[in-house]
Design a protein around this ligand. Structure first.
Ligand SMILES: Cc1cc2nc3c(=O)[nH]c(=O)nc-3n(C[C@H](O)[C@H](O)[C@H](O)COP(=O)(O)OP(=O)(O)OC[C@H]3O[C@@H](n4cnc5c(N)ncnc54)[C@H](O)[C@@H]3O)c2cc1C
Length: 609
């Protein structure tokens, strides 16, 4: 009999970002016991870094007039390049207005309609006096209407602080500075997790009738990412490593057009939404040449490709950190910048020493969002193991397909938290929890042995930070915005090598407690497996769809590829096994996205002028 702290609850939520906390609130408010685990105190989760806003079809602002869930649904499907499940997109679009209003009720100070005239992109906008005081919206990429509700450019901050206040009010237990290392399962059902206290290094067991993964994205697999340093995808790889749970569409990686050079912190899409321009080295506004209709506000995959295409043609601004383009928001004026865009103004001042009121902002596309993740059904039930749920950025629900629209992720976290939280509560009430103590001992023993081996094998010849650097470089160089067979094959074979090497890590330190080198060593194999799934999925998918752009297969190929990749990692395997399933088309048959792809050819000729 092994000795470890053992906690039991009804619902165990791994992740204290918006998705995890919203689901926890739903379950707790139905009388269930809930424990939330998190690497960091909840309010430090990456959700709080979200800037620009959350989409919901309220139709209050003049430029959102006539908006409704049908239009939001259509934008989301087109944005996804028909890669999403349309039943999920429909459920989402219908519930987003409810979620946004509920967050207002809980305390989010949404920006409101002011009945005034203003000039936007050369046009006069007059807000309706009847709507004064209602929740307003700003323009965002790939949307037919202005639909992105916001609190200046600190939307994630106000949402997460508000959500966490509700968690506190309900008295939900949170164990932070706790890292989940593996799922406890018997190949059929999930019973909970083995975790490690990041302060003491003690292993702990949590068993629960339902286990919910809401661990966010994996941005940090790439060297340059807008994501927080804790976004390493661990929730995804603990699910993958069960051998039973597949990850959906891992090759669908979003690059945001405007990461600030060279720290790659995000400059919100709201900056372009509020009227900012992209300029090249000649200070020429180049996006209208490529995308006459949506200009800087085509969907993110399109704008990122256009920027890189323009840089490749020699129009980038040279810098010691590689070529970039400029973002110009000076014409929005000091008052607007210091109120509606104050977070990014401070980022420019503090991290780059420039003032966007007077200066141009150097930007380049940067890894930003993980469309792929733990594959679930519309109820958030993970494929492969009973009792396991996933939601938020860690999940492939699948709302976003091959490209997520800006503002749809914050909305996804709260809508899925509400809807999936309800399903979790119903499931949990009926579920029982029976397991053998030897099953728990085996899972704990496995982790104990790993830690012991790492600490004892201090003379192992692989350095974890070096492996990590090589992994980041492999993805950034070969599995980026433009992809093709040669580099993708190179990535796959390099990741194969890195995976083998990751089993021979030697530590330079022997602390078992708050030891970041040990924590990194425990994660590196899983991270490389995720990277492998991304590269292998991208190599196999011989078409271009949304963010997945193959230069050797530039067209979308609905005949062969209107399907979702499912990546499995069977026990002992040296590489992922890829399977496919159809996407659900319930309302909108595949067609033209209305931006980008249709004008690809004409832009080639326009932009050379
Ligand atoms: C800079 C930035 C700006 C953004 N702006 C917007 C925006 O304006 N609009 C929009 O719609 N989207 C935006 N996004 C995307 C959006 O913010 C995220 O997709 C969303 O907030 C993710 O929420 P989440 O709850 O799924 O995960 P997160 O908020 O990332 O939370 C993950 C949680 O999991 C915990 N965790 C992770 N691994 C483990 C583990 N092994 N054990 C225990 N706990 C673990 C973490 O501690 C954390 O609490 C932005 C993203 C970034 C990076």
């Amino acid at each position: 009999m092994k000795h470890y702290d053992h906690f039991t609850t009804d619902v165990l939520v791994v992740g204290a970002g918006l998705a995890g906390e919203r689901a926890a609130i739903e379950a707790a408010s139905r009388g269930l016991n809930v424990i939330i685990l998190s690497l960091v105190p909840p309010r430090r989760s990456h959700s709080s870094a979200a800037q620009g806003g959350m989409q919901a079809a309220l139709g209050n602002s003049a430029m959102g007039k006539g908006d409704n869930p049908d239009v939001h649904f259509a934008d989301t499907v087109k944005g996804s390049d028909w890669g999403c499940d349309q039943d999920v997109a429909r459920l989402f679009a219908e519930n987003a207005p409810i979620a946004v209003r509920q967050m207002a009720y809980w305390g989010v100070p949404w920006n409101r309609v002011k009945a005034e005239k203003r000039i936007y992109d050369g046009k006069e906008i007059q807000e309706d006096p009847e709507k004064e005081g209602l929740i307003t919206a700003r323009n965002f990429g790939g949307t037919a209407k202005w639909r992105t509700c916001y609190t200046s450019d600190g939307t994630g901050h106000s949402l997460l602080y508000t959500m966490d206040s509700v968690v506190l009010k309900l008295g939900i237990t949170v164990h932070d500075r706790t890292e989940v290392l593996s799922l406890i399962h018997d190949d059929k059902r999930c019973f909970g997790v083995v975790s490690r206290c990041l302060r003491t290094g003690q292993l702990r067991v949590y068993t629960a009738r339902s286990t919910v993964i809401a661990t966010g994205g994996y941005g940090r697999l790439y060297g340059a990412s807008t994501n927080a340093v804790i976004n390493e995808g661990s929730g995804m790889f603990v699910a993958l490593e069960t051998g039973k749970v597949p990850l959906g569409n891992m090759e669908a990686v979003q690059f945001h057009p405007t990461g600030i050079v060279p720290t790659w912190i995000l400059i919100t899409e709201g900056a372009r939404g509020d009227g900012g321009y992209l300029l090249d080295k000649n200070h020429h506004r180049f996006m209208p040449d490529y995308e006459p209709k949506k200009k800087e506000l085509a969907s993110r995959d399109v704008v990122s490709r256009r920027i890189m295409q323009h840089i490749r043609k020699g129009y980038g601004v040279d810098s010691p950190h590689g070529p970039h383009v400029w973002l110009d928001i000076r014409h929005l004026g000091e008052k607007h910048i210091n109120t509606n865009l104050r977070e990014i103004a401070n980022i420019c001042r503090n991290f780059r020493g420039i003032d966007p009121v007077h200066d141009l902002i150097p930007v380049r596309p940067t890894q930003h969002y993980s469309m792929g993740g733990i594959r679930t059904d519309i109820n958030g039930i993970a494929y492969g193991l009973e009792g396991l749920f996933a939601l938020g950025e860690a999940a492939c629900w699948d709302l976003h397909g091959f490209n997520r629209l800006g503002g749809n992720s914050l909305a996804e976290t709260v809508v899925a938290g509400m809807v999936v939280g309800d399903k979790i509560a119903s499931y949990t009430r009926e579920a029982d929890l029976q397991y053998s103590s030897s099953l728990i001992d085996d899972h704990v023993g496995f982790q104990e042995d790993r830690i012991q081996a790492l600490i004892e094998a201090r003379n192992g010849d692989e350095n974890v930070y070096e492996l990590r650097r090589e992994m980041e470089e492999t993805l950034s160089e070969n599995v980026g915005i433009f992809r093709s067979e040669g580099p993708l094959k190179k990535a796959v074979s390099k990741l194969h090598e890195l995976l083998e090497r990751s089993y021979h890590v030697g530590l330079t330190s022997d602390g078992k407690g708050a030891n970041p080198e040990l924590a990194s060593a425990l994660r590196i194999t899983g991270m490389i497996k995720l990277a492998y799934c991304i590269a292998a999925g991208a190599l196999a998918r011989e078409e271009s769809r949304g963010s997945h752009y193959r230069e050797d297969f530039p067209a979308r190929d609905d005949d062969n590829w209107l399907k979702r990749t499912l990546a499995y990692w069977p026990e002992g395997a040296k590489e992922p096994v890829l399977e496919y399933e159809p996407v659900k088309i319930t309302e909108l048959p595949p067609g033209d996205r209305g931006y980008g792809e249709a004008t690809r050819e004409s832009a080639e000729s326009n932009s050379s002028s």
